[in-house]
Design a protein around this ligand. Structure first.
Ligand SMILES: [Zn+2]
Length: 112
């Protein structure tokens, strides 16, 4: 496969960084095209993905808060430190509180 200079139409090698005919910089041309392409499509997807990740972490956090409170605390701290989502930090605080309560009860039950 070969590519062509966008400026003068000269046929070039695939790895060519400059046009051998007119001297056009092909690397910057490609990079600007790529960044404008990603900027248009990425932001909504990125936000949705982050929310989705938090949802999974929140569910896992509650499960561990009940089963293994020490891990629940770690997941809670992780969620509290997520500055991009108020929902995540709120659930993080609840998970830490829940973990602490269950941890305390389990210590009581074991007779410590
Ligand atoms: Zn050229």
């Amino acid at each position: 496969m070969s590519k062509f200079c966008p400026s003068c139409g000269e046929q070039l090698a695939d790895n060519a960084k400059f046009c051998k005919n007119c001297g056009m910089n092909l690397e910057t041309q490609q990079q600007t095209q790529q960044t404008t392409g990603t900027q248009q499509t990425m932001p909504p997807y990125e936000v949705q993905k982050v929310e989705e990740d938090h949802k999974i972490a929140i569910i896992i956090g509650y499960v561990f808060a009940i089963l293994i409170p020490i891990i629940g605390v770690f997941i809670g701290v992780y969620l509290v430190t997520r500055k991009d989502s108020e929902k995540a930090s709120l659930h993080g605080k609840i998970i830490i509180a829940l973990s602490a309560v269950i941890w305390f009860i389990s210590f009581k039950l074991m007779g410590y």
